[in-house]
Design a protein around this ligand. Structure first.
Ligand SMILES: Cc1ncc(COP(=O)(O)O)c(C=O)c1O
Length: 380
């Protein structure tokens, strides 16, 4: 068959990509169902942002006609003081996702290799593939990122490694010590992107590392996000911290005005409200325990998590369970794309969210799963 013009134009690597599938937008599901829906699909903060964010947004909206500060001076200054580092060690992005892609665009080309874990945040592999570089995937061990397997995947062509800690979707973590050992065994010419999007939620011993020591190395970029504990996923703000030279290299490729004026103002306000962060972390701690206790009582298998989500193995087709739960008014994430065809990932919500989810899950699992039985749009 004759190729279309677009097919002719599209490079082979782009036609091979499996595009990122986002969590289902709550507005779309509510439109179809005609009633309120719980979104527990994208690991957002169920408490929302700090009330201070609303005030900051209101103040900044009157200046919407003016371009933002492309370098995000005020926010970087505050982040630098918060972390005890210099502001030229920080780069802002429209979510950490933008910085993940920026790293690949800056450092990877067709002759290179990028490495990540087999079942991890899908954006890493997309970033590697979009750069034209070869993708190396290292298998998990016991549902956790296997740093030894990652290290063994390093070849002379390897340039960038992406690691999520905690890992999404398994909720597992490695300690700061394990990471240091891994770094020390690695050729220093390989850049390691350590994505800590869920940093504040992790209360386990040994997780946090001395920042200055890590950032003195040229080959480490730490990523943090305002989308999770700070509750600003809809505004898009994340940041990277690294060696000055590394940040300078990324700034060469970064688009001007990549983060908006409202996002910068909101992030500044959110960062200041430590009480809201503490409340969010405490809520998650309590509710994570509630959900895991309930799942254990029900005899449903899950992977223990240190983050604000949990991977649940229903031993059935995850697409089916996802659609059944949608009909129940709960949006979760089917994990086939992440290599777990019988698992769903659910975000830890408010107590009410979690009770509604658990009841819906019980009803879902009580009904037989028939392949192809359900399809979106659901019947009313
Ligand atoms: C490991 C990890 N990194 C980054 C992100 C995306 O964060 P952002 O909204 O800052 O782009 C997510 C979102 O789910 C994630 O799980």
């Amino acid at each position: 068959m004759r190729k279309s013009i677009i097919q002719e134009l599209l490079p082979a690597w782009a036609s091979r990509l499996t595009p990122y599938v986002t969590g289902k937008p709550v507005e779309e599901v509510e439109r179809e169902l005609g009633r309120p829906t719980r979104k527990l699909a994208s690991n957002e903060n169920p408490l929302g942002p700090s009330p201070r964010v609303y005030e900051a947004l209101e103040r900044t909206l009157a200046r919407s006609h003016l371009y933002p500060d492309s370098a995000g001076y005020d926010l970087r200054l505050k982040l630098a003081a918060f972390h005890g580092i210099d502001m030229d060690q920080i780069i802002l992005g429209a979510g950490s996702t933008e910085i993940i892609h920026l790293v690949a665009r800056t450092f990877l080309s067709a002759e290179d290799e990028g490495i990540t874990a087999e079942s991890t945040f899908h954006v890493y592999r997309l970033a590697i593939e979009e750069s034209g570089a070869a993708l190396q995937l290292a298998p998990l061990r016991d549902m956790a990122v296997n740093l030894t397997a990652i290290r063994h995947a390093v070849t002379p062509r390897a340039k960038v490694i992406y690691l999520a800690n905690p890992n999404n979707p398994t909720g597992s973590m490695f300690t700061a010590q394990e990471f240091l050992r891994f770094l020390n065994a690695l050729p220093p010419r390989v850049l390691v992107v350590l994505d800590e999007a869920y940093y504040d939620y992790v209360l386990a011993d040994g997780y946090a590392h001395p920042l200055n020591e890590l950032l003195s190395r040229e080959n480490v970029l730490l990523l943090r996000s305002f989308s999770k504990v700070y509750g600003l996923a809809g505004l898009r703000m994340g940041y990277g911290m690294g060696h000055r030279e590394l940040i300078e290299a990324l700034n060469r490729i970064r688009l001007p005005f990549n983060t908006s004026r409202p996002a910068q103002a909101a992030a500044l306000a959110a960062l200041e409200d430590r009480e809201h962060v503490a409340r969010s972390v405490e809520t998650n701690k309590r509710e994570l325990r509630f959900v895991t206790d309930e799942l254990s009582l029900l005899g449903i298998r899950f992977t223990p998590s240190v983050a604000n989500f949990i991977l649940i193995d229903t031993a059935r087709d995850c697409e089916h369970d996802f659609l059944r739960l949608l009909e129940e008014g709960v949006i979760v994430r089917p994990m086939k794309l992440y290599g777990f065809p019988s698992s769903i990932r659910v975000t830890i919500g408010t107590h009410e969210d979690n009770e509604i989810f658990l009841e819906a899950l019980k009803r879902t699992l009580a009904a037989p799963a028939k392949a192809g039985e359900l399809e979106w749009i659901p019947h009313r």
